[in-house]
Design a protein around this ligand. Structure first.
Ligand SMILES: C[S@@+](CC[C@H](N)C(=O)[O-])C[C@H]1O[C@@H](n2cnc3c(N)ncnc32)[C@H](O)[C@@H]1O
Length: 302
């Protein structure tokens, strides 16, 4: 079926113990699976109805059955973002559930907000973190701390920074879900832009840093921030706390910044501070067609 993943890929995900992935991507919407539930994201009601019709057909052909179907409208403006709404399935079932990605568990919550708690297009970057096995990871804009959980499983200590205390508490839950003690992990509810210079002054250093900022940010302490204008200064501040051979993830879901632009920004920052580095791209995701996933790139310092 056009725009839908093939059944062989469904089997591959089951083999690698992953039950959360993208099922379909269209210009007007997409479908993501979270264990036995799915979320249909759509730009118009006509697109939603068409996707629901195809989901029925795909489900029949693949023999994959889903308990609940949620619908999430994709608005043009951030203030119009709302949590997914139940379209079909049991309304009395809990809104949160555990999913698994390459044997690591995460909790997703269909009622907590516009995003359910795990960005599926960061799967390969999470695996990169786990394989690289950092000693000290700084997770900026940590959200539900998924990068820190995989780093923790590889033995790292982590510092997680996010404005939202609620998201960091969900991060703590993700550690517990994977039987990881949180005593070697710090959860700091603060503004990354304010905290980075403070960490540098304190002499804190990290061998891995995650920079995955939102497109826009406004906090009590810093002025309105926009990723296109702000990414370079953010990276320069992060480089102040980077160890000699640190690895830094540059990621954004701002559609105006692609991997090439991220690399140009990265090279500009390295030149500005007279440091050398290389760039590495994680493999592309088989369930996300080109251009559908967030842009991301690893900067490897030398
Ligand atoms: C794109 S999400 C990060 C996703 C995360 N890297 C992941 O893969 O799960 C953006 C997060 O940045 C947080 N945030 C926005 N502005 C911030 C700021 N100035 N300082 C710290 N956190 C901020 C939001 O609360 C949100 O959790």
């Amino acid at each position: 079926m056009k725009d839908w993943i093939d059944f062989g890929l469904v089997r591959d995900f089951a083999t690698e113990k992953t039950d959360a992935y993208r099922l379909c991507t269209k210009p007007e919407g997409w479908v993501e699976r979270y264990g036995g539930d799915v979320v249909v994201s759509y730009k118009s009601e006509a697109a939603r109805d068409q996707i629901l019709h195809e989901l029925d057909e795909w489900s029949l052909l693949s023999q994959e059955r889903f308990g609940r179907i949620f619908g999430r409208y994709l608005p043009k403006q951030n203030p119009e973002r709302h949590p997914p709404q139940l379209i079909s399935g049991d309304p009395n079932e809990l809104l949160h559930r555990t999913i698994v990605e390459r044997e690591v568990c995460y909790q997703v919550d269909f009622g907590a907000g516009y995003s359910v708690g795990l960005f599926l297009d960061q799967r390969e970057n999470r695996s990169f973190v786990r394989r690289a096995g950092p000693r000290r990871l700084l997770n900026c804009f940590a959200y539900t701390c998924s990068f820190s959980v995989v780093a923790g499983m590889a033995g790292a200590e982590t510092v997680n920074v996010d404005l939202s205390k609620k998201s960091l508490n969900r991060g703590r839950d993700n550690f517990m879900l994977n039987r990881l003690a949180t005593d070697r992990h710090r959860f700091v509810a603060d503004d990354v832009l304010v905290l980075l210079p403070r960490l540098a002054r304190r002499g804190e250093r990290f061998d891995m840093i995650i920079l995955d900022p939102p497109t826009f940010s406004r906090s009590r302490t810093s002025r309105a921030w926009q990723v296109e204008q702000g990414f370079e200064n953010l990276l320069l501040a992060a480089l102040e706390v980077a160890e000699r051979e640190a690895k830094i993830l540059l990621a954004t879901n701002c559609t105006r910044l692609n991997e090439r632009t991220l690399e140009v920004m990265g090279r500009f920052c390295l030149k500005a501070i007279r440091r050398a580095g290389a760039f590495h791209r994680s493999p592309s995701l088989p369930d996300f067609p080109p251009g559908a996933a967030a842009s991301s790139l690893w900067m490897i310092l030398r």
